[in-house]
Design a binder for this molecule. Structure first.
Ligand code: UDP
Length: 259
């Protein structure tokens, strides 16, 4: 018998028993601003608490874009090598994780920060079995440092960790209602998709997650739910499998699994 139980059937009205919640760095900042806002931190922490209280195991993968993204930073700073800039971006995710951890702790959640980059004073090393144990013990885990290697984004980390910890779904939190045919902030005729297959995302060149992440999810049939976290209660709705956002997955699963 394996000593690590795979994610089993959820109970009650809970649709997903174990999720990866992908939070971009910008979700911790005020709209249009950089850095970290206490209001945004607490607002998202409260939503995470409600989702956790519904019985869902939550692993958060943090971004760092509110502080620094490697590709754009190295583009603007020629003296910094691109690989170095990506490591700086990974460190930015650690900064965000520490802030989020304290916000979650302050409202009574048990948390652990784990990092793919060694930062032993502030975070545990990411060890798959240990991460699963934390979840089983009711802790919210915050997975920082991406995958610990440059030239990818935390979207890839979200897909990678979802596979490793056998999360049922990747909940990709965004500021818009889901995936649109075009940028809804620029094109008033942009259409919101209710569901998409991985191939549609690739063929239509929809900017959902980076290409590596989509390829991993496609290969392993890991569903992604893109939804608007700014609407209060949406994280709980997402873990319950209520109809929020855009569901991306295997078309075979679409009818039975989402709607
Ligand atoms: N990054 C990296 N490897 C990883 C994850 C992240 O090099 O495994 C770097 C990359 O430069 C990225 C930055 O960290 O741009 C911050 O992450 P991301 O852009 O995904 O943040 P988000 O857009 O989600 O806020």
């Amino acid at each position: 018998m394996p000593d690590i139980a795979p994610s089993s059937q959820p109970e009650g009205d809970l649709r997903y028993r174990r999720v990866i919640l992908k939070l971009s760095g910008e979700s911790l900042a005020e709209s249009g601003k950089r850095g970290i806002s206490d209001n945004e931190l607490l607002a998202i922490a409260k939503q995470i608490k409600s989702a956790h209280e519904s019985g869902c195991q939550i692993a958060i993968v943090n971004g760092g874009g509110n502080i620094l993204r490697g590709a754009s930073f190295s583009g603007a700073n020629a003296s910094v090598q691109e690989a170095t800039a990506h490591y700086m971006g990974m460190l930015a995710t650690v900064i965000n994780s520490l802030a989020l951890q304290d916000a979650l702790d302050s409202i009574g959640l048990q948390t652990r920060v784990m990092s793919a980059l060694p930062v032993d004073r502030v975070a545990e090393q990411f060890i798959r079995r240990r991460a699963i144990r934390h979840l089983e013990k009711g802790r919210v885990i915050i997975l920082s440092g991406g995958i610990g290697s440059p030239f990818v984004t935390t979207d890839t980390a979200a897909a990678q960790r979802a596979l490793e910890i056998e999360a049922d779904v990747i909940l990709k939190a965004t500021r818009v209602d889901g995936v649109y045919s075009d940028d809804p902030e620029k094109n008033p005729h942009a259409v919101l998709y209710e569901q998409l297959s991985y191939n549609e995302v690739i063929q239509k060149k929809l900017r959902v997650m980076d290409a590596t992440a989509i390829a991993l999810c496609n290969e392993h049939r890991k569903p992604i739910l893109v939804f608007n976290f700014k609407q209060d209660g949406n994280i709980v709705r997402a873990v319950r499998g209520e109809s929020v956002g855009t569901w991306i997955g295997d078309p075979q699963d679409t009818q039975t699994n989402h709607r």
